[in-house]
Write a protein that binds this ligand. Structure first.
Ligand SMILES: O=C1O[C@H](COP(=O)(O)O)[C@@H](O)[C@H](O)[C@H]1O
Length: 316
């Protein structure tokens, strides 16, 4: 678990001990939504032994503080992806503990792609043993319209590396109904979310009226896309729908469903996890506003944290 203290404009993140609880295996069956009808101001940049030097962090904070939104946003930079993965596990375990205690449920959204690999520490001791998995509700920010056993499926990616290793109740895992068309699957997923709002599993943002997930764990593509919201695509401007669809994705497969920006940006907490030099330009565009990329439009109601490894921030 992690606890943070503010010192000036810098946040220090301090590890604390975790208690133990045995984990069991997630049953190997596939689930669909059971209810379906058919700049911010950078308040801080984190530092630590494995992270960036204070002087560098301070100069980034100054630049970023000119950006002017209200949510708490910080950038954490790690020498090694291994250290990033550990901190991401602490961050997630801490929020799980907080929300399970406060509201008896923890609503978590994941992307596909490389993010899933960076979640590997969470399914290991001590994090896996401390988390009350029975209270987790698990969603996808985007999904490809392919069978669940297909190599392109974000469900399969998360199942193989994560869900199969932790005891989240199968009824709390909200997978897309991929037997539908992309359009119908998006409507179906939105119906599912609306049901979960009615049953108080999912909160609604008081300021936007869109669902407020407790935590979104997102990756970013080399072109700066998040979820299936691609640069220059009209879906980036969707302002009404919760879940929408795309049939001309520039990255295969072409048919996908995706949460919209109003939903993403109504989240309580977002971790945007980006590793590798191939994404350095998109990171630069998003954080230094040197270009327009969808990742630059991500915000959160309570807290947005960018988790970066050194190669990903080589252009900052
Ligand atoms: O297509 C997708 O790509 C992004 C980024 O993937 P990465 O492998 O470059 O990290 C991912 O976040 C999204 O969920 C996925 O559908």
């Amino acid at each position: 678990m992690a606890s943070s203290c503010f010192l000036g404009s810098i946040v220090f993140t301090c590890p604390t001990n975790l208690s133990s609880r045995p984990a069991s295996l997630f049953p190997k069956n596939l689930t669909c939504c059971p209810y379906s009808s058919a700049a911010s101001r950078f308040e801080s940049l984190s530092i630590g032994s494995s992270r960036r030097k204070v002087s560098e962090v301070m100069s980034m904070a100054t630049t970023a503080s000119e950006m002017g939104k209200e949510e708490k946003k910080r950038v954490e930079i790690f020498d090694l992806e291994e250290n990033l993965a550990v901190d991401l596990a602490k961050f997630t375990a801490h929020l799980s503990d907080k929300y399970c205690k406060e509201r008896g449920a923890f609503t978590v959204v994941v992307s596909g792609g490389s993010l899933i690999k960076s979640l590997r520490k969470l399914v290991e001791s001590p994090y896996a043993d401390s988390i009350d998995w029975s209270r987790w509700h698990f969603f996808w920010v985007d999904e490809r319209v392919v069978p669940k056993h297909h190599d392109d499926s974000n469900y399969k990616l998360a199942y193989d590396a994560f869900l199969s290793k932790v005891p989240i109740p199968p009824g709390n895992v909200y997978a897309i109904n991929e037997s539908l068309s992309a359009e119908a699957a998006a409507d179906d997923y939105e119906t599912c979310l609306k049901h979960l709002v009615k049953t108080n599993i999912l909160r609604v943002s008081e300021s936007t009226g869109f669902p407020k997930f407790d935590l979104m764990l997102l990756g970013m593509g080399p072109d700066g896309h998040v979820a299936s919201l691609f640069p220059g695509h009209s879906l980036c401007n969707e302002s009404q729908k919760w879940v929408t669809f795309i049939t001309d994705s520039p990255k295969p497969p072409s048919e996908r469903i995706t949460f919209t920006f109003p939903v993403i940006n109504s989240s309580a907490h977002i971790a945007l996890v980006v590793c590798g030099s191939g994404k350095a330009e998109a990171v630069q565009a998003a954080l230094k506003k040197t270009g327009e990329v969808p990742a630059g439009s991500v915000s959160a109601e309570d807290e947005l944290v960018w988790f970066l490894d050194k190669p990903a921030c080589s252009k900052l």
